[in-house]
Every structure is written in structure tokens, then in C-alpha cells.
Ligand binder design. Structure first.
Ligand SMILES: NC(=O)c1ccc[n+]([C@@H]2O[C@H](COP(=O)([O-])OP(=O)(O)OC[C@H]3O[C@@H](n4cnc5c(N)ncnc54)[C@H](OP(=O)(O)O)[C@@H]3O)[C@@H](O)[C@H]2O)c1
Length: 259
């Protein structure tokens, strides 16, 4: 349970769902420092308390910020580096907005909502990556972007969310290729169907019991944050693929190509 000993990680969207479970798992794996970002500060403070109880060695920094705001992203990066002495080994871009629910078809999609989903899902991660990359290039690091099958298949009705995940997929692939000669890895993880607030809002008539519990899907995130995955970059993994959770790497797809 010491696979992340000494590591500093920043996890966006840590107030609930998958991000919360990744944070708890990283703490159990003895991460040295965790920065938890989301808008709901109460939920983040409650999570910090929980982590302090299960993993007293892990220092926890809580930042309430709106990922759709470029100014907030500046502040997040500055706070992380000042509080953790310039250390950041792992960035998990997990936060996402589903947009209005029920989800409108593209033809009816209100432009302000469309823009806000894009500001949150691919542009927030783009800005954070730009901020943390110089330090990561110097020391090495792992960037894990959380995607969806809605980012590779055009599902009717998944509107801005689907478009935003297509953008995140492209961003990750191109950045993995551009960083090919550095010690920074950029990988995508698709968690698959999970029982979370976002999914319940996206498909209100479906049975959430058919979907996986996010707490069961963190193994791939530990692998990609740990030294065992050094040199693995430009790949797209599925958290529910058989193999994860048994201490081995599950099959994955190459997404990047060097020039
Ligand atoms: N659920 C699924 O079936 C499924 C399937 C495929 C992919 N995914 C992906 O998995 C990831 C986690 O999703 P989830 O299902 O765990 O969702 P969730 O439970 O709804 O959590 C989403 C998180 O994102 C944060 N967030 C949303 N907008 C934000 C903003 N503007 N600024 C800062 N934080 C923001 C939320 O925090 P606040 O509200 O406190 O800000 C929350 O912590 C997402 O990238 C999602 O696209 C989910």
C-alpha cells in the first residue's frame, strides 16, 4: 500500500464521484501531498478530514475553484507550487461538466452552456497543464486525463459534453506526442459507466445499479501515477478492462505518434 510514497498529486473534481475515490486511494497509497480542487469547498474540507484519519502522512491542500475560469487556474497552480515547494508529480484532470440536463440536441444547444462545458472540460485541463508542465519537465511527471466513450463515438444527444471529450482526447494525444522526449507522460483513462451524480443527471431514467461503483475503478490511476508506469505515455486505457486490479496492466490503445 505504499505505491505512491513521496508523490505529490493534484486531482480536479475531487469533491465527489471518481475524483473523490482517486484522492482516497492515493492517500491510502501513502502519497506525500494531495491538492484537491472543485467548487464545493465543504465537500473538499470533509474529504480532507477523512484522509487525515486514514492516512496521517498525507498532507492535503484544498482549493475551491471553478475550472472554467482562467484566473482561477492561475491561482490553483501558484498555490500548489508555493505550498508544496514546487513539487507536483501527478496531475489528474478528472473534473467535468455534463452541461444542461436533460441534454439538448446540438441544434437546440444554448451557446453560453456549450461554451461553459468547453471551458470546463478541455480548456481547464489545457490551462492547468500549461501551468504545471515547466516544473514537470524538470522533475518528470504523470498527467492523467479522464475521458469517456462519448469522446470517440458521436452519441446523439451528448452535445457539448461529447464534443468536449473529443477535444480532450485530441489534446492528450498531441501533447503526449509533443512531450515524447521528456519524462512527462500524458495518458487517457476512460472509466466506463459509473454510478455518479453526473451519470444520473445524464441518464435520469436508467438504473444506476447497472453501473460500476467509482471506488472499484482506481487501480489504473494508481498504476499511471506510480513509478511502475515510467515511460508509458500516449495511451488510452479503460478502467473497467479485465486485468486492472490484479496488479498487471490491462490492454490499451496507442494514441500518439512522434513527428
Ligand atoms: N459517470 C460516468 O459514467 C462517466 C463515464 C465516462 C467518463 N466519466 C468521466 O469521469 C470523470 C468523473 O466524473 P464523475 O462521474 O465522477 O462525475 P461527478 O460525480 O459529477 O463529479 C464531477 C466532479 O467535477 C467537478 N466539477 C464540475 N464542474 C467543475 C468546475 N467548473 N470547476 C471545478 N470542478 C468542477 C465537480 O465538483 P464541484 O461540483 O464541487 O465543482 C465534481 O467533483 C469526468 O471526467 C467524467 O466525464 C464519467
Amino acid at each position: 500500500m505504499n505505491r505512491l510514497k513521496g508523490k505529490y498529486a493534484l486531482i480536479t473534481g475531487a469533491s465527489q464521484g471518481l475524483g473523490r475515490e482517486i484522492a482516497l486511494t492515493y492517500a491510502r497509497e501513502a502519497a506525500a501531498g494531495l491538492t484537491l480542487v472543485a467548487r464545493d469547498s465543504q465537500a473538499l474540507v470533509a474529504l480532507r478530514k477523512e484522509i487525515n484519519q486514514v492516512a496521517p502522512v498525507t498532507r492535503v491542500l484544498v482549493i475551491s475553484a471553478d475550472l472554467a475560469s482562467a484566473e482561477a487556474m492561475e491561482l490553483v497552480a501558484a498555490t500548489v507550487f508555493s505550498d508544496f515547494g514546487g513539487r507536483l508529480d501527478v496531475l489528474v484532470n478528472n473534473a467535468s461538466s455534463i452541461g444542461p440536463s436533460p441534454m439538448p440536441m446540438l441544434i437546440d444547444y444554448p451557446l453560453p452552456d456549450f461554451r461553459r462545458v468547453l471551458d470546463t472540460n478541455p480548456i481547464g485541463p489545457l490551462l492547468l497543464m500549461k501551468k504545471v508542465l515547466p516544473a514537470m519537465i524538470e522533475h518528470g511527471g504523470s498527467i492523467i486525463n479522464v475521458t469517456s466513450d462519448a469522446g470517440v463515438v458521436g452519441y446523439a444527444g451528448w452535445g457539448a459534453y461529447g464534443v468536449s471529450k473529443f477535444a480532450l482526447e485530441g489534446l492528450s494525444a498531441i501533447w503526449a506526442a509533443e512531450l515524447g522526449d521528456t519524462a512527462v507522460s500524458v495518458n487517457l483513462v476512460d472509466p466506463g459507466d459509473m454510478n455518479s451524480a453526473m451519470h444520473r443527471a445524464a441518464e435520469p431514467t436508467a438504473d444506476p445499479n447497472d453501473w460500476a461503483d467509482p471506488s472499484q475503478l482506481t487501480e489504473v490511476f494508481v498504476y499511471l501515477a506510480s513509478d511502475r508506469s515510467a515511460g508509458i505515455s500516449g495511451r488510452r486505457s479503460q478502467a473497467q478492462e479485465k486485468g486492472w486490479g490484479k496488479g498487471e496492466e490491462a490492454p490499451r490503445v496507442e494514441i500518439a505518434q512522434a513527428r
